[in-house]
Design a protein around this ligand. Sequence first.
Ligand SMILES: Cc1cc2nc3c(=O)[nH]c(=O)nc-3n(C[C@H](O)[C@H](O)[C@H](O)COP(=O)(O)O)c2cc1C
Length: 361
Amino acid sequence: MSRIIPELWWYRLLGLGYRWARAGLVAAERLRTSWTHEVFDYETIVERGDRWLSQLRKQGPDWLTRASIGNVSPTQVYDLTFPSPLTVAAFQSNQEILKLWLDLGAGGVILKTILPAPCPGNPRPRLAALPRNGSLAFVNALGLPGPGIDIFLEQLDPALFAYGRPVGFSLGGNSPEDYIRNVEKVCRWSSEHSQPSVFLELNISCPNTPEGQNLSLHPRVLGETLSQIDSLWPGVVSVKLSPDAPDDLLHRLADQCSRLKKPVLNAGNTRRVFVRELGLTGKQFVPATGGLSGPPLKSRTLELIRTLHGHGFPLIATGGLETATDVREALDSGATLVGMATGLVKNMYLLPAVNRDLAHA
Ligand SMILES: Cc1cc2nc3c(=O)[nH]c(=O)nc-3n(C[C@H](O)[C@H](O)[C@H](O)COP(=O)(O)O)c2cc1C
């Protein structure tokens, strides 16, 4: 196909088709729920879309679901090699979809944040898509739903590691002990499975659980927790920071990360918003607050990268980066890697399109 249409345009065309298909799915669900008087829930559409995409990955033609990374320069982060700087940020728990994104050229993935114990998350609806300046932003208050670390580790698909690309385990908690308990369990799993390209990410910036940002508010406690984690885990540890944190706090948190042997800073998470101020009613979105993601985050993400650059740690730029221009701006501002979430839900062909662009830069 790419002999007729240059590869970059081919993936832009596929991206257009993907976006139309998703818009059609949303319109059909809106019609159905208004007909049946059921509540419209965007999460249902994402889940249904993910089921179809995993079928497509298994049974569809390769030209729809596979793309080489091409001539993109690999990025070295300590002993981890990312064949492309484009990574999947922590948000997706469906491992079939993570494999699809690796097939399409993600340089690495970070698994959705896991808590020590099973958690149902917040009541639904808790995910919404909002038109913002000609683009779509998301607001979510999922609240870290998941099966808890034990079942999570049991259910890990070995195929996810067969790509040889870095896989991050995002760990959450309500207290320092929660993080440490999670790290101990990953250490045990790691010694049993000897996967060389695994790293940790500490999610200390979740705005959607009552205690999810506690460590972000107390740099000294973060430092003590990091020292303990460092004595357990010999590899790379990324610390995910909040774009809502003021710059002086960010510097104090970053200073504490020097307690780690191989620190990475991820800037950043979603921005906390009051959803009623965005025009969402209690029927459309149950929790009162949520985390905003997508294009409105971009300027703060670039600001965070410039702010944190001086600490000398590798930086992941996450938040609102959805085009090749966004990615180049982040890398030029000092980011080592780029994390993507909302952009991948909106267009899975973003990865091959941006990789083609980076290869020709
Ligand atoms: C539906 C959804 C779920 C998310 N879940 C997590 C999570 O479990 N852990 C985490 O660290 N960040 C989570 N995030 C935040 C993303 O990883 C990312 O930091 C944020 O969305 C900004 O990037 P984006 O603008 O590319 O979406 C989630 C975001 C969305 C939209």
